[in-house]
Design a protein around this ligand. Structure first.
Ligand code: IPE
Ligand code: IPE
Ligand code: MG
Length: 247
């Protein structure tokens, strides 16, 4: 996996205060390609390079959970050719990068409607999860056919089924019950959510988990996003006062 380790971690970045969970809304691939008069698929292809760089950077910094929003439940409504190109890239990424992910002691976790993925992609994804399942240095959540509303709806269905079968009483339902039925069960909520490409919205991403996340927005298009800029965002994040409703 491409890792530009020649780039030094800036002194201002406090390595003892690294967030436990960072999430990215990887946006702007299409505009990156359009600016270059290329088709959108080229932008996605270039975006994969940034994925590799960000995975390496997070692993190097000791971030415990990295979540990447790669394909939303709404993205199925894009033109068929684009969906096909994205699925193809995804399959290629899983096929060619799983070994490196495994060696880096990273556990790959697909979050989303895995059953909606084309058979070949789903198989590649299941294989990648299986071979990395014992890894423990970092969790890499790949959000695929992911939508926060679907995630919460699914959690409600599972909880309702438990109530119906008598395993659970309605008054026993707590915040934790809900969290435990999300794709991120057992993981810390994201400390920091970063969105590229100058869009200021969540687009159905981690709506429950983002309750107290710090948000960072950059105009940089995802294929242009660099390790240096990531370090800078982390430095800014470390300056913030996270009050969690207290004084
Ligand atoms: C993000 O880039 C990747 C996905 C949503 C799959 P976009 O494809 O949304 O790029 P823009 O927003 O059109 O530039
Ligand atoms: C959000 O980007 C989804 C992903 C990055 C996978 P979109 O490009 O789909 O979001 P909108 O449509 O601009 O809200
Ligand atoms: Mg977009």
């Amino acid at each position: 996996m491409k890792s530009d380790s020649s780039i030094q971690v800036p002194d201002e970045l406090d390595l003892n205060a690294i967030p436990a969970h960072v999430a990215f809304i990887m946006d702007g691939n299409g505009r990156w390609a359009k600016k270059r008069l290329m088709n959108r698929a080229k932008g996605h292809e270039q975006g994969v390079q940034t994925v590799e760089e960000v995975v390496s950077a997070c692993r190097d910094l000791g971030i415990g959970v990295l979540t990447l929003y790669a394909f939303s439940t709404e993205n199925w409504a894009r033109p068929k050719v684009e969906v096909k190109a994205l699925m193809h890239l995804l399959k290629r990424f899983l096929r060619t990068k799983t070994e490196e992910i495994r060696k880096k002691d990273i556990r790959l976790n697909i979050m989303g409607q895995i059953e909606r993925l084309p058979d070949d992609v789903r198989k590649e994804a299941e294989q990648a999860m299986a071979v990395t399942q014992k890894n423990s240095a970092m969790i890499l959540n790949l959000a695929l056919s992911y939508g926060a509303r679907e995630e919460i709806t699914r959690a409600v269905q599972q909880i309702a089924a438990k109530i119906k079968s008598g395993i659970l009483e309605p008054k026993e339902i707590t915040d934790k019950t809900v969290s435990d039925h999300l794709y991120t069960a057992g993981m810390p909520d994201p400390d920091l959510i970063i969105r590229t490409s100058a869009e200021f919205r969540l687009s159905n991403f981690l709506m429950w988990q983002a309750a107290y996340s710090e948000l960072a927005f950059t105009p940089t298009l995802w294929p242009d996003f660099t390790r240096q800029e990531f370090y800078q965002i982390l430095i800014d994040y470390q300056q913030r006062d996270r009050r969690f409703g207290k004084v």
